[in-house]
Design a protein. Structure first.
Length: 310
């Protein structure tokens, strides 16, 4: 019961903030122009600041098997998606969104609070350290994916320029540079970063909820079934037994469970909307994986705790 309460306390607020955004749009408090403008702000200001803050304050070394396994597992999921999805999905705007939804988890928003709840005595620091390994990997691969399918062909120069100009990549790069430099920023700078960063998640969730269009669900059911199953079931089903075979236990195993089993990242909708992806499909992916992760994550926590793996 404790594990259920812990997971619910993390997942339910995410869903409720989305619900507030959904209701606000339905009753006319905000319109499509406002939603689009807020999304641009999240993409260009608040999310890059939040990513930079998370990475610059991550503790621990990036070396070792754990972050390497997480990064390589994410790249492998991306590669499998790139091989399979274009063969069965015709529209470029949907291809990039589905592939991104498969490999890009909501680790920054979902992972650290869950890890700290599972390991209140301090082992949650492993999860914080992983931010600097997986967040840049997620964002670089997401930009590459959406750039490839935005143009309809593999243009290396255009893709590289897209990566270099992407605000989320800059956020990761600045955060990593500050982390490695060891510089201590003035108090007023840290305070400003904090105030901007805390806006990112709630505003992104609110805008996501406002962008959801239930009428489009029917036309996306096949794609959603594949992406939700792939994100919440197939990804952990493949990656976690490998991690176990490699001897990962305790907080390390739990962190990987979160990396590969948490819902699709909220920022995937923001990026898809800004980079020519199907925003309705992207919003629905985040919403459904968030809802169903309350079931799959609880099941994994219960099973792995019962087995004594963590």
């Amino acid at each position: 019961m404790t594990n259920l309460i812990v997971t619910t306390n993390i997942v339910l607020p995410i869903f409720l903030v989305m619900a507030v955004g959904f209701i606000a749009r339905r009753i006319g408090l905000i319109d499509e122009k406002t939603v689009s403008g807020c999304n641009r702000l999240v993409f260009r200001v608040f999310l890059p600041t939040s990513l930079a803050r998370s990475i610059m304050r991550a503790e621990g070394s990036l070396g070792g098997a754990l972050p390497l396994f997480a990064a390589l597992g994410t790249i492998a999921t991306f590669a499998v998606g790139m091989l399979i999805v274009p063969r069965v999905v015709k529209e470029n705007s949907r291809r990039g969104v589905i592939i991104q939804g498969l490999f890009r988890s909501n680790y920054a928003i979902f992972g650290i609070p869950l890890s700290e709840a599972l390991f209140p005595m301090g082992d949650g620091g492993v999860a914080a350290m992983m931010v600097a390994a997986v967040i840049p990997t997620f964002n670089i691969l997401a930009v590459i994916t959406l750039e490839i399918f935005r143009g309809g062909k593999f243009d290396v120069k255009r893709i590289l320029l897209g990566v270099l100009k992407n605000p989320l990549i800059w956020g990761c790069a600045i955060g990593y540079a500050l982390m490695k430099s060891g510089l201590t920023l003035p108090s007023f700078v840290n305070s400003t970063i904090d105030k901007l960063a805390v806006v990112a998640s709630p505003l992104a969730l609110f805008v996501l909820g406002a962008a959801i269009r239930p009428g489009k669900l029917k036309g996306n059911m096949k794609a959603l079934l594949a992406s939700v199953t792939g994100r919440l079931v197939l990804s952990p089903l493949v990656m976690l037994p490998i991690a176990y075979a490699l001897g990962m236990r305790g907080a390390q195993f739990a962190t990987l469970m979160i990396v590969f089993g948490s819902p699709t990242a909220v920022s995937s909708f923001t990026m898809a909307e800004q980079m020519g992806g199907d925003p309705d499909l992207a919003a629905q992916q985040v919403a459904l994986t968030t809802i169903f992760s309350s079931i799959t994550m609880f099941a994994m926590i219960f099973i792995f705790k019962t087995l004594g793996i963590f």
